[in-house]
Ligand binder design. Structure first.
Ligand code: PLP
Length: 357
């Protein structure tokens, strides 16, 4: 008798599950969440609307309405917007609809591990292009990405800007060149864009093979909501809608997300605080002898050679500070990633680091 797991796709069996550390910590700076919650009065007003709504009915038009609200806020064609339970779901939808087994998908290394994981699960041939330049800094090697994509006939180049875990940003002109010169789709995950003022949506009109992913989980301070958006050519979105599940977003998510997108002041406030704190933490890390990489996101990647990264990560955790150990990723053997939190959390991290270095 074959065991039940033997019926799982051959491409899925060898994969390791995606799993950020879940240990509770007094100072959690490992998931790049917003340092502050949304205002209590806004939450109370939304809760009241949720209580008054009829929970017995399917949210028939809610998702399409939210997609239109988002498209209007982002200045794109509503037919070119899809909404999902987090941007990651839309990334998976794109791969599901587009990737045949054996298709080449080009990613940067290091980058968000989910890109390669989800592509590999569908049988894609994942090709990594290193981000680390010879001077030790991280940069998107645009010419090499285009050359690699052309040589492999890649169906998709999938990048994050700012890139997780390095914080590296892609210039708009390079994003446009990539989307025009790569032979397939160019997917850019803009999860952290608010922390550096990046907006690639205006490129969509000139680069029809560009696909953008956005989220409510970071600067919008709504990671628990699980809401994200995909912006792309209307003709591509029409195909993706064919495999999207009906009523995929709950009425509650649509209601809350619609209210949040109407309040750009909430993002501005949080992004401003993070940018200020990012500079302060970076400076303090440098004074403590660390190399800190340029970041356009709400996290910093830093390297030091006084202690092995694994050991330092454990020692910080013992002091109640949880950051992300990325040292097993390509080219990151001495690196750790810390989220930029509220000032008190950042101070606690810096005090623990100084005590351990
Ligand atoms: C690169 C990247 N993309 C997207 C997300 C957020 O995904 P979601 O919108 O599904 O919460 C994260 C969260 O850590 C991330 O690091």
């Amino acid at each position: 008798m074959k065991p039940p797991e033997s019926f799982v796709r051959r491409t899925v069996r060898p994969l390791a599950a995606y799993g950020p550390p879940r240990d509770p910590a007094a100072v959690p700076l490992h998931l790049n969440e917003s340092p502050t919650d949304l205002p209590q009065d806004l939450k109370a007003a939304l809760a009241e609307r949720i209580v008054r709504s009829d929970w017995s009915k399917y949210p028939i038009g809610d998702g399409a309405r939210l997609a239109t609200e988002l498209a209007n806020a982002y200045g794109v064609d509503p037919a070119g917007a899809l909404v999902g339970n987090g941007s990651n779901e839309l990334l998976q939808l794109t791969l599901l609809a587009c990737i045949d087994p054996g298709d080449a998908v080009v990613v940067a290394a290091p980058s968000f591990s989910l890109y390669a994981l989800q592509a590999a699960a569908l049988g894609a041939r994942v090709i990594e292009v290193p981000l680390r330049a010879s001077d030790g800094a991280f940069r998107f090697p645009v010419d090499e990405l285009i050359r690699t994509a052309r040589e492999a006939g890649a169906k998709l180049v999938l990048l994050g800007s700012p890139n997780n875990p390095t914080g590296t940003t892609l210039a708009a002109a390079d994003a446009e060149r990539l989307a025009q010169e790569a032979p397939g789709l160019t997917g850019i995950d803009e999860a952290y864009r608010d922390f550096c003022g990046q907006d690639f949506a205006p490129l969509l009109g000139r680069a029809p093979r560009l696909v953008l992913f956005r989220t409510f989980s970071k600067a919008l301070a709504a990671a628990s909501l699980r809401c994200g958006a995909l912006l792309a050519a209307p003709s591509l979105c029409a195909e993706l809608r064919k495999v999207q599940l009906p009523y995929n977003l709950s009425a509650v998510t649509c209601l809350v997300a619609g209210a949040l997108i109407a309040r750009p002041d909430l993002v501005r406030e949080r992004a401003g605080l993070v940018a200020q704190e990012r500079e302060r933490v970076a400076k303090a890390l440098r004074s403590a002898g660390c190399t800190v990489h340029a970041s356009g996101a709400n996290f910093l990647l830093f390297e030091q050679d006084r202690r092995p990264a694994n050991e330092l990560h454990k020692a910080l955790f013992a002091r109640g500070v949880l950051i992300r150990n990325v040292s097993s990723a390509r080219d990151l053997s001495r690196a750790l990633r810390v989220s930029v939190g509220a000032p008190a959390a950042n101070d606690a991290f810096l005090a623990a680091l100084r005590a351990e270095l």
